[in-house]
Design a protein around this ligand. Structure first.
Ligand code: PLP
Length: 392
């Protein structure tokens, strides 16, 4: 055990020391009922007052991670993705600054590599050779890629129905692929059973707290790429709510060490056919209808990180935006044809959210707008093909 970090439950607020690795809060997760989001997801917090805020941003980030040696991170280039700035959209001049953070340029072509990278590094420092995860597709293909680069073994559980590119990636990276006859929730439960039985490290999203920590790196990069300024609006595509929690956690850490004074407005963008975070923010009892969006990476019945997402949105006045599948497809085409950035549908949802805000005139002159491009369009060719054939 060391005193550089501790865990804190988002539900009961209790702190837990790091004498053992912890997944969920032992108290709050004991009372979980099936079909509901887990209550005991954990934050990782640090001794912020001991952090030297004069360090370069990259070193600051590293000092706010629970690993000891930077060399434990994969040799692949994870994060440090481009932030493109635009003053035009088609022929239209924009009176605000539009930025796209292109995380499709990660090694496995999605944002998920930020989480896999930290999980893998932690495993390496703790002599763990095998990592397992359940996934709708991208987390699995990401973990497979990262483990391949680190000489670690990856066991990936995916629903049989995952897009073929994502299944193919897992196998090409040499991971063990277990196709689950059922949905993501079934894969999730099976992966936990397996990791408990075999003592494998589990990367499941919103179960392993390192997933949120890994994802926070994007906020440090955005802050640095904007010459140490905070953006006004950040559009994030949301399924389980881990990316958005990572974005919040990153800015919150920057606030805790005194680098920034205010939180940007962060916008939860969901498909109206999978809006199970947005619809449950202000209602009781919680209700989780089956998601039917074609944007597979944000098609989530029970959002695993619901409580943390809700916590952040309430604390920092986050906003929400629902988009239709048609708007997502139109946005994917607009983003590709305007900027040469071909995004998978889940990722294009963020751009659709931005277009919806713009149309409603909710963007103010001179604002700095960030859109996260979370995954490459080559991961799901068939939905782009379907769109092109209906537009012919
Ligand atoms: C996983 C994923 C998301 C959604 O992230 P959550 O943490 O589930 O909210 C969005 N876009 C892409 C491409 C993803 O792979």
């Amino acid at each position: 055990m060391d005193d550089t970090f501790f865990y804190q439950c988002v539900n009961c607020g209790k702190n837990w020391d790091n004498s053992i690795f912890r997944y969920l809060c032992p108290i709050c997760s004991a009372t979980n009922t099936d079909g509901m989001p887990p209550k005991g997801v954990l934050f990782i917090h640090y001794s912020y007052s001991n952090i030297d805020d004069k360090l370069p941003i990259k070193d600051l980030l590293f000092s706010l991670w629970p690993i000891k040696n930077e060399k434990s991170l994969p040799p692949l280039k994870v994060g440090e993705t481009p932030l493109y700035k635009y003053s035009q959209l088609g022929n239209e001049e924009l009176d605000f600054d539009l930025y796209i953070k292109d995380d499709s340029q990660n090694p496995s072509y999605s944002f998920k590599d930020r989480a896999s990278s930290l999980v893998s590094a932690y495993a390496k420092e703790n002599q763990i050779k095998t990592i397992i995860t359940a996934s709708t597709g991208n987390a699995g293909s990401s973990l497979a890629a990262i483990c391949a680069s680190q000489n670690q073994e990856a066991i990936i559980l995916l629903p049989k129905s995952a897009p073929i590119a994502k299944l193919t990636q897992v196998e090409m990276y040499g991971a063990q692929l277990i196709k689950v006859d059922g949905n993501y929730d079934k894969a999730f439960n099976e992966s936990i059973k397996l990791s408990e039985e075999k003592q494998w490290f589990n990367r499941n999203t919103a179960y392993n707290p390192l997933t949120i920590e890994g994802k926070k790196s994007v906020s440090f990069e955005i802050f640095e790429q904007l010459n140490e300024q905070v953006p006004d609006l950040v559009f994030v595509p949301v399924g389980d709510g881990v990316i958005i929690s990572g974005v919040y956690k990153g800015f919150e850490d920057l606030m805790k060490i005194g680098k920034i004074k205010q939180m940007p407005i962060i916008i939860v963008v969901q498909s109206d056919k999978s809006a199970n975070i947005i619809h449950n923010l202000n209602t009781e009892p919680l209700d989780f209808p089956t998601a039917t969006t074609k944007a597979d990476s944000i098609s989530v019945d029970v959002p695993r990180n619901f409580y943390m997402t809700k916590y952040f949105i309430e604390k920092y006045n986050g906003e929400t935006c629902e988009v239709t599948d048609q708007e997502i497809q139109d946005a994917a085409y607009k983003m590709s044809s305007s900027y040469g950035l071909f995004a998978e549908p889940a990722s294009a949802a963020a751009f659709a959210g931005f277009l919806s805000y713009k149309k409603q005139k909710k963007i103010i002159k001179k604002q700095k707008i960030i859109i996260l491009n979370t995954g490459s369009g080559l991961k799901d060719i068939s939905s782009a093909q379907a769109y092109l054939s209906t537009e012919d």
